[in-house]
Design a protein around this ligand. Structure first.
Ligand code: NCD
Length: 334
């Protein structure tokens, strides 16, 4: 929608673009979180053969426009829409299969898809692309599903919800974020989210080359988040209540030798968990993982990045929280 960019939510999601986590406040997150259990029950009905689960989004058409690869974000947005009786059109790889291949601009493409839909969910390799899309889409909200190395606000919603589900609070936390802090858009949005709550401390574990950009660091510190940069797994504080591991973002490197130098410096194994993690810690990863958490960690009860249906599951939380977000943005829930 054409507004001041991007508009603060202040507890009212209806018709608004979701571009950056800096639009959020704790009351807006509380409101969203308060309907997640309801969404979970829709997605997990007691009777497995019950055919039609919800009509909350009936009559709504969500256009998923993904210029970059995606499994979970695209899949969960599509599933979320369908769980609520809405329709989804998935446009993967528009640079190959749409008029983008003929040289059409992002702006024209977005205005075209806007003409057919009630909401656009956009993933794009350029930082700022979601805002550009929101600036031209006058009639439907645009949701940022990841813009380059910028932000990934809906991932941060599910990540914060997962921490909340495990610890029943989002303040007074000590946590660890590891991997590609510089290029990881999920990390940037998660840090913004953690900075909304008082007394949070985050340890950032990364190679020197993949540290947080100084201006981002300054903004977070000014909002009261305590941040410590560490260089080795041995420096992880035992009392960390969450670990958020990430992959090194290969596609952001121009020089692949530089990628090889920093890739997989820090790998979670059962031995690492045994030595440095508490029993209360929740081990998260936005996925995909490419070697930075070994497969034999998956069965550890603290690992929730895949998760089971009867326990905490970060990927299923992605669907539940996106059901909640779509319902609020499309005005089906107030
Ligand atoms: C992330 C992304 O695309 O930023 N994936 C996701 O949406 N869960 C993380 C990544 O690609 O490393």
């Amino acid at each position: 929608m054409l507004t001041e960019s991007p508009e603060k939510l202040n507890g009212d999601f209806e018709g608004k673009d979701i571009i950056s986590f800096n639009q959020f406040d704790t009351a807006s997150l509380d409101k969203l979180f308060s309907i997640v259990s309801y969404m979970r029950n829709i997605a997990n009905p007691p009777h497995p053969l019950r055919p039609s689960r919800s009509t909350l989004l009936e009559g709504n058409l969500v256009y998923l426009v993904f210029y970059e690869p995606s499994s979970r974000t695209c899949g969960s947005f599509e599933a979320a829409t369908k769980q609520l009786g809405g329709e989804a059109i998935v446009e993967k790889n528009p640079q190959q299969f749409s008029s983008v291949a003929k040289g059409e601009t992002l702006e024209d493409t977005i205005q075209t898809f806007e003409a057919y839909s009630d909401c656009i969910v956009l993933r794009h390799p350029e930082t700022g692309a979601a805002q550009r899309a929101a600036d031209v889409a006058k009639y439907v909200p645009v949701i940022n599903a990841g813009d380059g190395t910028g932000e990934h606000p809906t991932q941060a919603i599910l990540d914060l919800y997962t921490i909340y589900e495990r610890h029943h609070r989002l303040d007074n936390l000590i946590g660890l974020i590891a991997g590609d802090i510089k290029n990881g858009r999920t990390v940037h949005s998660l840090l913004e989210g953690l900075s909304l709550y008082p007394n949070n401390t985050v340890y950032l574990l990364s190679p020197e080359q993949l540290r947080l950009q100084p201006d981002t660091m300054r903004g977070l510190l000014s909002r009261g988040l305590s941040i410590f940069e560490i260089d080795t797994i041995e420096d992880i504080p035992q009392e960390a209540s969450f670990w958020y591991w990430t992959r090194v973002q290969k596609e952001r490197f121009i020089n692949l030798d530089e990628y090889e130098q920093v890739n997989n410096k820090f790998i979670v194994t059962p031995a690492v968990l045994e030595s440095y993690a508490s029993n209360e810690m929740v081990l998260m990863h936005p996925l995909p993982r490419v070697g930075e958490i070994t497969k034999n960690v998956d069965l550890d009860p603290r690992a929730v990045y895949l998760g089971r249906r009867d326990g905490i599951s970060q990927i299923r939380n992605g669907m539940y929280t996106r059901m909640a977000l779509l319902s609020l943005v499309l005005g089906s829930v107030h």
